[in-house]
Design a protein around this ligand. Structure first.
Ligand code: CA
Length: 225
């Protein structure tokens, strides 16, 4: 069964952004909007990992972290708007396993989560994702189409990796936006269209058949013609 992740975050918009992304990845998710409730859920329904916001109303994240830690070894990833050494030190002293400074993109968060889950198992190995005649190396971030190597910028890579991990699945604009850009990026934007165009220019440079298709009014899908 999929791992269960508890999100303790009072900002509903951010909690929802994380929850949507994790559910999409197949994790089970519980959400608490304050520390007390988070502790109750953690006790009654133990999670495999906790994402814990630092600044919470009432009991703060640091105190929640200490209490969680006194009861279990569950991995704890703290979210903070603070990026100061002293805060990191006190969080680690309280038993947090890792940190993520706001604002972050969902993919950064997912990378940290995967790393925390891996710590208890084996060291991660880069993967080669394949779809049709396209490959994507998650270690070197290099793509190929047939025998042709394709250079990608960081954002183009993130976007292509998202599609390669979810082939033949229609990804909504909202999902793509959440996953590749962060929730602070702003409202109306044609950034996704722009990057899809870049990716198509690079992946269809020699008139290869299109793999990244537009689903009108919805989003995009990686599929064969
Ligand atoms: Ca908060």
């Amino acid at each position: 069964m999929a791992e269960k992740i508890l999100i303790v975050e009072d900002e509903h918009r951010i909690a929802q952004f994380i929850e949507r992304g994790l559910l999409f990845e197949g994790y089970r998710v519980d959400v608490a909007h304050d520390g007390k409730n988070g502790l109750v859920i953690a006790r009654d329904n133990p999670p495999d990992l906790v994402i814990l916001d630092w600044m919470l109303p009432g009991m703060d994240g640091l105190e929640v972290c200490k209490r969680l830690r006194s009861a279990s070894n569950v991995p704890i990833l703290m979210l903070t708007a603070k990026d100061e050494v002293q805060d990191r030190v006190s969080g680690l002293d309280a038993g947090a396993d890792d940190y993520l400074v706001k604002p972050f993109s969902f993919d950064e968060l997912l990378a940290r989560i995967r790393a925390l889950f891996r710590r208890s198992t084996v060291t991660s190995k880069p993967e080669i994702l394949r779809f049709g005649d396209m490959t994507l190396d998650t270690g070197t971030h290099r793509a190929t189409r047939g025998s042709r190597a394709i250079d990608l910028t960081a954002k183009e890579y993130e976007l292509l990796e998202l599609f390669m991990r979810h082939p033949r699945q229609v990804l909504t604009r909202e999902t793509i936006f959440d996953r590749v850009w962060n929730y602070d990026f702003g409202g109306e934007s044609n950034i996704i269209e722009v990057y899809v165009r870049y990716l198509r220019q690079k992946t269809e440079a020699e008139n290869e058949p299109r793999l990244l298709h537009t689903v009108r009014g919805v989003g995009y899908v990686l599929r064969e013609e």
